[in-house]
Design a binder for this molecule. Sequence first.
Ligand code: ATP
Ligand code: MG
Length: 360
Amino acid sequence: MPLFDLTPKDSRRTLFGRDAELETLVRLIREGRWSVILGPRMVGKTSLAKAAAHQSKESTVYVNLWGVRGTSGLLGALVNGLNSNPPLLRRIREGLRRVTGVSIAGSGISMAPAPRPMNSTADLVRVIGDEAHRSVIILDEVQELATVSGPFLKVLGQVFNTHPGVVFVLTGSYFGILRTLLAPSADSPLYGRPPARIQLEPFDRETSLGFLRRGTQEYGLPIHRPLLESVVDRSLDGTPGWLTLFGNHLTVGRMSVDAAERATLDEGRKVARSELSHFLDSRDRDSYWQVLRVVAGGASWAEVKSALAARRGGHVNDNSLGNVLRSLRAAELISETGHRYTIRDPMVRSYVRDTSRPPR
Ligand SMILES: Nc1ncnc2c1ncn2[C@@H]1O[C@H](COP(=O)(O)OP(=O)(O)OP(=O)(O)O)[C@@H](O)[C@H]1O
Ligand SMILES: [Mg+2]
């Protein structure tokens, strides 16, 4: 797979600049420990999870939870994941007959009417644990399960206690389910043994340039370093997803550096828009948007507060501002360094700066 391929990477060979994180995650998987990968959008969470599972040589079920709703959505996503691993399906075939809500269909499985999809999900995971020696289950974008977090956490707790061969690798944002998992309270089944936490950061400048150099070399397309430096500094920063998209336009799309930069910004802002709209769906759109607009230019707490007070023509409650800033941080939409809040992702920043009303 070329470096500028737009799908998530799935092997050590194609994963760039993540040697330490990869080594850590492979070790954790081999030790049977659960992990959580955190990081902003497009930073390479899915790629790291897939590459590490592959490198560990354990049987893997990749479950994509993006857009999944409720317990039957979760069951459906797990069924899809299993269908992508035929050797594992063959091994657990007999056990599958015991699971209500799942039926065997040809060489794969399908969802049958399930009276209690969360029970079927738990049974399915138990069958994987019973019949396969060790398996990795990647749950990608766990925050999507927010509406069913209670029962879902209970299932995880049970599996943790009864099926040590099943190793979960979870990705998502640090709120709701993942926060409960990483900082379990005394009454949680995972209390005292939370999963390991792997935080992925964007590449630094040198790694970003190295990434672009290697990708362009794969296509025999040497590009003047200062040209790449200016695009990285001006538009892309170190987010691997944006670097990949830019590189793909440059090589596969045969665009000039300028055109590739413009196309990446256009697409990046569209992705930012849909991410923000998804995030704001369940929140007080206008309050969050006002905070984002102020933070887009970089601001301290006091500056955010006074800008909001000016906009709203009144008093701003510290608690509610604190909550908004905390959940924006947990979603990795904003970051705080040296008491200043900023929007780190260049595409989100650019979209918020240029847009006066919150996306719907
Ligand atoms: N370390 C890396 N080496 C090579 N390519 C990478 C790396 N990290 C990410 N990519 C590429 O960047 C893009 C985004 O990566 P990926 O989907 O893994 O990120 P993500 O954090 O899961 O994103 P999302 O938030 O959209 O789920 C993909 O095209 C992927 O191939
Ligand atoms: Mg992902």
